[in-house]
Every structure is written in structure tokens, then in C-alpha cells.
Write a protein that binds this ligand. Structure first.
Ligand SMILES: Cc1cc2nc3c(=O)[nH]c(=O)nc-3n(C[C@H](O)[C@H](O)[C@H](O)COP(=O)(O)O)c2cc1C
Length: 388
């Protein structure tokens, strides 16, 4: 089961365009998919399987018009540049150029119109089923790609396939046998980084135990989407003093060694806190990956009192900045406070993390405002792709 779930990839270049797909296998996969939950236990999903060559060609034309032409243009522009979207654009453009040749195109739909409430509503009675369909295909040696770009042309699709305006189209799934059946899991965030315990942004290195202790490596994450080019954001977050422009605790930093910052470089940070006054702490750069990750640890490089880190991820229209801090494992101000009142350990941890969190939010809010670039282009068509 995990094998199918972790390898149900967006298959585009490895769709076998020459091997017919029997209708019964599609029905079998829909029977599997129909076991998904549905609001009010009403079976409102309807599946359209398009195998007619002329209709597939019309869908292909609509796809080319809505996003395919942009995908082809982007693929040609990125060719040979090493851009992070080069591979996916190659694949997307290939699908756009070959859609009419795919054996069948499946459009899951649901009876009803969304109420526009901003809640999943109608959609969460169909998306699980449509995804189960994709996994069921994969389990049988077929593949597909979840595509939605064409839905900009919903009215044209409705006219082509006689879909009433009381019915909502969810995706367009080109279905074929796959060329080979080996697919690998994709790089994704590890669950620990994106699973928050008892509150948004609350993470642990291990465990956690309930109530949490310092031994769990408690931490907090703050994220902000910044509308600015990657280079500008990197320049800001790899500046050791930058957080001092916005934090109420961190006052600034000075280098101890010279030269280009690298893993192992050290600097002295100055902090202030109403309960503790002003203090200095030596910090060591722990992560330095150009335009990706900048991290440092405090007081002892082998047994730090805290670990801090910025991660950058290019996203549509800018950069997602992820700012993470974890307490421990070594001694620090907080471990002194805990040793004087050990029975209050969970509360002391919670309070300290809340202080760090509000400063981290200040830093990212301030940075986003300072770097916001109105000239930064808007995202491309709604294809699930990063701005390329
Ligand atoms: C909401 C959504 C819309 C998408 N729309 C398109 C699309 O229109 N065309 C396309 O080729 N891929 C589309 N994709 C597929 C993603 O680009 C795909 O997931 C990505 O390439 C990563 O590949 P993977 O799923 O194999 O990890 C879409 C995915 C999602 C979740």
C-alpha cells in the first residue's frame, strides 16, 4: 500500500501512447475510488471517460490554449539553464504536445456548484476519490498526471462533453499504461518538519512526551512568503545582523573570524531580555548552502544551547522563507531557569518558545515588507508550478 502511495507520480513522458486501455480497467479503478468518503454519504461523483479521438483532440486544443502554449514556451526558454523547473517543464510541455494521443482522458466531476465559502465544501467529497483513482491506476501498472490548467476553459469542456452547469469538473486525468513500472518517491519535506503538535508551528526533534520536556528538542517554525527575487532574500537572511532590525531580543552580531561565511565560521551575538538583562553568546554557522539554507547554533558547536535556521524555497512569485529554532540539547539560559523550578519545565518551555516565536514573526514580517518587490512578476497559469 505504501509503495503505491509513495510512487504515484505525475506521469507524462512515460505514458504509453501506443497501448490501448481497456474500459473495464478504468471501471475497476473507479469502483475502488468510489470507496472514498463523501459528505452526507451521498454518491454525487460522476466520471467522464473520453476515448473518442476527435473529442480528445478538442481537449488537447483547449489544454494548449489554457496553459500548454505557456508550458512549451517555458520549456524552450529554460532548456539547458539548469533552472529548478527545467525538468518538470520538459515533462509538462511533452504532455501538452501529446495529449490527443493519450489513450483515455478521465474527468472526475461532482454534482453541485461550490458555494465559494473558502472551505473545501463540495471539493472534499470528490478529491479523495479522484486521488484514489490515480493510486488504483498505479497499482495496476497505469499512470496519470493530476492536471487542472484546462479548467480555465470549463465552459468549453462542458459544451464539448454535454456537462450540465449544475456539475463541477475537478481535474483532467490523462490515463495510459506506463512505460516501465519503477517510480521513485519524490523529495518532500520530512513529516517531522511539517507536523505541528498541539499548536501551529510547534515541532520536536524527537518524541514528544506529553507534557514535553527539553529532552524532546522542542522548537518553533515561522514561515512567510516574500515577494522578492531569491538573490535578494538570500542576501538578507545570510546577514548575521539582519534579525536585529526587527527582533526585540537580538541586538546585533559581529564576526569573530574573517572571510566568506561558511560552515564553522563564528560570530558573537548580543541579546537583551527584561528578566536577564544584556548578554553575549558565541554562535557557529552550522548550515550554509548558497541561496537555500543558512543556520547557526549557539554557545557550543557540539552541544548547542539553541539551533537556528533559515530555509528558502522558490515559489510562484517569490520565495517562501522558513525560520526554525530548536532549544537545546545543551545548556542555556532556559536550562538554568528550569533547574531552579523543574516542576514548571513544560510551562517554561512553552513561554520561551512563544517569546522566540513572536520575535521570529517580527523578523519575517519586517523582512517581507522591506523586500516586497512590486515588479516581481505574478505567478504563471494555475498549474501547480513555480513561476519559471
Ligand atoms: C492542483 C494541481 C494542479 C496541477 N495542474 C497541472 C497541470 O495543469 N498540468 C500538469 O502537467 N501538471 C499539473 N499538476 C502536477 C504537478 O505539476 C506535479 O504534481 C508536479 O510536477 C510534481 O510531480 P509529482 O506529482 O510526480 O511529484 C498539478 C498538480 C496539482 C496538485
Amino acid at each position: 500500500m505504501d509503495g503505491a502511495l509513495t510512487t504515484t507520480r505525475a506521469v507524462r513522458r512515460r505514458l504509453d501512447l501506443n497501448r490501448p486501455v481497456d474500459h473495464q480497467i478504468i471501471l475497476d479503478c473507479i469502483d475502488v475510488a468510489e470507496q472514498a468518503p463523501t459528505g452526507g454519504n451521498q454518491g454525487s461523483r460522476r466520471w467522464i471517460v473520453v476515448g473518442d479521438d476527435e473529442k480528445k483532440q478538442k481537449l488537447a486544443d483547449l489544454y494548449m490554449e489554457s496553459a500548454g502554449a505557456w508550458m512549451v514556451e517555458t520549456r524552450d526558454r529554460l532548456a539547458g539553464t539548469g533552472h529548478h523547473n527545467e525538468r518538470v517543464m520538459n515533462s509538462a510541455a511533452h504532455l501538452a504536445e501529446n495529449l490527443a494521443r493519450v489513450p483515455v482522458i478521465v474527468i472526475p466531476t461532482i454534482i453541485g456548484r461550490h458555494d465559494g465559502s473558502g472551505r473545501p465544501g463540495l471539493f472534499d467529497s470528490v478529491i479523495q476519490a479522484a486521488w484514489s483513482f490515480c493510486v488504483a491506476l498505479r497499482a495496476r501498472g497505469l499512470g496519470t498526471a493530476w492536471t487542472t490548467a484546462i479548467l480555465n476553459n470549463e465552459d468549453d469542456i462542458a459544451e464539448l462533453l454535454d456537462i450540465p452547469d449544475t456539475v463541477t469538473q475537478i481535474a483532467m486525468l490523462p490515463v495510459a499504461w506506463t512505460v516501465g513500472t519503477e517510480f521513485s518517491p519524490a523529495p518532500r519535506y520530512p513529516a517531522r518538519d511539517i507536523t505541528y503538535v498541539d499548536g501551529f508551528g510547534r515541532i520536536y526533534d524527537r518524541g514528544p512526551s506529553f507534557p514535553p520536556t527539553m529532552a524532546d528538542g522542542p522548537g518553533t517554525v515561522v514561515e512567510h512568503d516574500v515577494r522578492a527575487p531569491l538573490e535578494k532574500v538570500w542576501e538578507a537572511i545570510s546577514d548575521i545582523s539582519m534579525p536585529a532590525d526587527y527582533s526585540t531580543e537580538f541586538l546585533g552580531a559581529r564576526r569573530v573570524d574573517d572571510g566568506q561565511l561558511a560552515v564553522g565560521s563564528s560570530f558573537i551575538g548580543t541579546n537583551t531580555h527584561e528578566a536577564r538583562g544584556q548578554w553575549e553568546v558565541e554562535c557557529f554557522v552550522s548550515h550554509y548552502v548558497d541561496r537555500r539554507t543558512f543556520g547557526w547554533v549557539t554557545s557550543d558547536r557540539d552541544n548547542p544551547g539553541a539551533r537556528w535556521r533559515f530555509d528558502l524555497e522558490p515559489i510562484a512569485g517569490g520565495v517562501r522563507v522558513r525560520f526554525t529554532m530548536n532549544l537545546g540539547p545543551g545548556p542555556s539560559g532556559i536550562t538554568q531557569v528550569i533547574s531552579s523550578r523543574p516542576e514548571l519545565e513544560p510551562r517554561i518551555i512553552e513561554r520561551r518558545l512563544a517569546e522566540h516565536r513572536s520575535n521570529m514573526i517580527r523578523v519575517l514580517d519586517g523582512l517581507a515588507e522591506r523586500l516586497a518587490d512590486d515588479d516581481q512578476p505574478q505567478a504563471g497559469p494555475e498549474t501547480g508550478f513555480t513561476q519559471a
